[in-house]
Structures are given as structure tokens and as C-alpha cells.
Design a protein around this ligand. Structure first.
Ligand code: FES
Ligand SMILES: [Fe+2]
Length: 402
């Protein structure tokens, strides 16, 4: 395998590509449920496939190919009638399984519709998100990770739509040093220029990574901390293909950062906050959605925003970064390990085996899947700016009292 083959294998997500075949072993969020409340017909792209997500009046959700088989108009411009989706052009109607059920301009005895269908994919709703599976049968289970399904937690979901390849987004998760340099050193440079107080500056003593059933656990030890620190003894995971579980410095709060490949040059990042409520309190059932942009109101990167810093680092590498032009050091060994493990997963798929993270055993999925996640972190970025809308998920803005 040449180097170029390796990068194509890791970055391509379209149908029939090795990376695309790998990605099709997983369920991916395709929209937030509240988006369907606002608009029941949503054009979406996932793994390079143009699709339409729609919800009929019976509440059933369909995910079908976007192009109307009649004469190619986008069904993303269609409308709901009853439990189906009608094309805007000649009102051919489709059900959630993609079957054509009506061709109203044709004679009443026409059998044309019986020969027409759309590609359709299974969907499931979990934690306020609609998840889709674009792969082949047998369909794996939608994994019930603890942060997604604990009943004593409430959730909110942020979304960022970033114009670059999924891999350079996900690699940010296996790069511990960027906390020390971008989120601390660079933030303090920005803060000094803005006349803001500094955030804590810490220094890594060592880092480590471990491959496990669902991906890679990332561990760090800060200089001055004991080796009993949970950041070192437990660490936190990157769930393959590209989800980080990041602890908040608040007990019982974690954030899942799910990187969903839209196509080769676009990625949707779902920031799923899970917050344990006080004992005896009833968690809010609704899952609000908030936008988490990487630019400020003027369309510019704001270097003081933590999430925007991360997205700046992802996006400015280019639509698909030239990985062959990188010069990696020992501090990048998390990336090296991640890429190697991903390539091994692609090879498994080529041998017909399940890659890491595919769940088929209901016992493993019940009541939830435990994954190693540190509950205490020994650093604070307090004082750094959250992004413009990052405050929205806070409880008081969601109609709760904190
Ligand atoms: S193009 Fe869709 S019904 Fe004619
Ligand atoms: Fe970061």
C-alpha cells in the first residue's frame, strides 16, 4: 500500500470506498429530532449520499434517496401528506420504506408506481437525535453508551457544520498536547491582547494511549500531579470511528463529541452534553438543539473561544489536509496509533469481520455500555470564552433553574 492509498482509505467516506465501507458499519446521527418538529422534510447528506429525512403524520420517520425517480427533482423540496412524502413536481408519493404509493397524473389503472421505489435506510431515535444506518444487513444495534442513555441525566445537543474531512476533526481527540498549547498558551496570548485574565497554564508530564473494544483511551499526567490522578489512571475514550467522550470539570457531566462524515470535505460535529441531575430530581425529557459555530457574528474566527479554537485547527488544515506533507513528532503518537488502528479496522471490514465498536449482543447493550471515562480532571479553562451560543444549553436557558 502506498502512502497515498493510505490517506485515501482513511479520508474517503463515499459508497464503495474502503473508508466508506468501514463507516457503513456504524449508526450516525443525521439530524436532531427538534429539527423535524420545525420542518418535517429535511435534505441531508451522510457518507457522501444525498438523502431526505422526513416524518409522516403518524410520527414514523423515513430516510430515503433525494432524487425523485420520475424526473429527478429533489424530494428535499417535497411535502408531507398523511404518512408519506410527495414530490413537489408531479406529486408522486413515497412511504417511509421508500415505496412509491401514488402517481396522481397517471391513469387510475396505471401500475407504474408498483415498479418505483427509493433507496431507504433504517433510522432510530435516541437522545434527541435521529440515527441512521447506511450499511448492509445484518443491522447492528445502536450502541447505548452510558452518556447517551442514563435516565438520571438530561441532555442537549450542539451542532457545528465544518467544511473539512472527518479525520482531521477526529484526530483532535487523540492529541492531548493541544490543550496545553492551544487552549492554554494560545488562549493566554489572546487574553493578554484583549486585556482578559489568564487561564490556568499546565504542562504535560506524560501521555499514554490504550486500544480497547470501542477505540482508544487517551491518558495524560500533568506535571505536579500524582500518578493516582484519574486523568492518568482512567483517561477518556475516543470511540471509533470518531467520537470523543470528554469530562466536564463538574461531577456527573460529560460531553460526547460525535464527528459525522457528511462527505469527504464536510463534517457535522454533534456536541452532546449529558448532565446528571440532583438526586430525586426529574430530568428534562426534551433535548434542546443549539448551534455551535466556529466564527463570531462577523464571520471571523474568534481566537478566544475554546470550541472555535478546535474548529479553527480542523478547518484551516484545508478541506482534506495533505497528511503526506505532515512532519509528526513523538508528541503525535496518539494520531499514529489512531490511524494505524483505523487502518486495521478497514482491513477487518475487507475480510468480512466487524470492526471495533460494532454491537450485536443485546446483553452488552443493556442497560448501557460502560466505557472508561475519568470523572475528575485536574485542569481548568475557566475564564476562557465559550463560543457565542455555547451558553444556550445551560439549564436556566432551557427553562430550568440550575
Ligand atoms: S419529478 Fe417527482 S413527481 Fe415528477
Ligand atoms: Fe480542543
Amino acid at each position: 500500500m502506498s502512502q497515498d492509498d493510505r490517506w485515501e482509505r482513511l479520508t474517503q467516506v463515499g459508497p464503495g470506498t474502503p473508508g466508506g465501507n468501514y463507516m457503513r458499519y456504524f449508526w450516525h446521527p443525521v439530524a436532531a429530532l427538534v429539527e423535524l418538529d420545525k420542518e418535517p422534510v429535511i435534505p441531508v447528506t451522510l457518507l457522501g449520499e444525498k438523502l431526505v429525512l422526513f416524518r409522516g403524520e403518524d410520527g414514523n420517520i423515513g430516510l430515503v434517496s433525494e432524487r425523485c425517480p420520475h424526473r429527478g427533482v429533489s424530494l428535499g423540496m417535497g411535502f408531507i401528506e398523511g404518512n408519506g412524502l410527495r414530490c413537489a413536481y408531479h406529486a408522486w408519493k413515497y412511504d417511509t420504506a421508500g415505496r412509491c404509493v401514488d402517481t396522481p397524473a397517471e391513469p387510475a389503472d396505471s401500475t407504474l408506481k408498483n415498479r418505483i421505489s427509493l433507496k431507504s435506510y433504517p433510522v432510530q431515535v435516541m437522545t434527541g437525535m435521529v440515527w441512521a444506518y447506511l450499511g448492509k444487513a445484518p443491522i447492528p444495534l445502536l450502541p447505548r453508551f452510558e452518556y447517551l442513555v442514563r435516565e438520571d441525566c438530561e441532555h442537549d445537543v450542539g451542532i457545528s457544520r465544518v467544511p473539512c474531512n472527518w479525520l482531521q476533526c477526529a484526530e483532535n481527540n487523540v492529541d492531548p498536547y493541544h490543550i496545553e498549547f492551544m487552549h492554554m498558551m494560545y488562549t493566554n496570548h489572546v487574553h493578554k491582547r484583549k486585556g482578559m485574565p489568564p487561564v490556568q497554564q499546565r504542562k504535560h508530564a506524560k501521555i499514554d494511549f490504550e486500544v480497547f473494544r470501542f477505540g482508544i483511551v487517551k491518558k495524560r499526567l500533568w506535571e505536579g500531579d500524582s500518578e493516582d490522578s484519574e486523568e492518568w489512571t482512567v483517561g477518556h475514550p475516543v470511540l471509533f470511528p470518531g467520537t470523543a467522550i470528554v469530562p466536564y470539570p463538574v461531577p456527573g457531566w460529560v460531553q460526547g463529541q460525535i464527528r459525522v462524515p457528511v462527505d469527504d470535505t464536510h463534517t457535522n460535529i454533534y456536541w452532546v452534553n449529558s448532565r446528571q441531575v440532583a438526586p430525586g430530581a426529574t430530568p428534562r425529557k426534551e433535548v434542546p438543539l443549539w448551534e455551535n459555530p466556529w466564527t463570531d457574528a462577523n464571520g471571523k474566527y474568534d481566537p478566544a473561544m475554546i470550541n472555535a479554537q478546535d474548529m479553527m485547527a480542523m478547518i484551516t488544515q484545508g478541506p482534506i489536509t495533505d497528511h503526506s506533507a505532515e512532519n509528526l513528532g513523538t508528541s503525535d503518537r496518539g494520531l499514529v496509533m489512531y490511524r494505524r488502528a483505523l487502518l486495521q479496522q478497514l482491513e477487518k471490514v475487507e475480510r468480512g469481520e466487524d470492526p471495533f465498536g460494532v454491537v450485536r449482543d443485546p446483553a452488552e447493550n443493556t442497560p448501557w455500555i460502560d466505557i472508561p471515562t475519568e470523572r475528575h480532571v485536574n485542569y481548568s479553562l475557566a475564564g476562557a470564552q465559550a463560543s457565542a451560543t455555547y451558553e444556550i444549553p445551560k439549564l436556566e436557558k432551557a427553562g430550568e433553574t440550575a
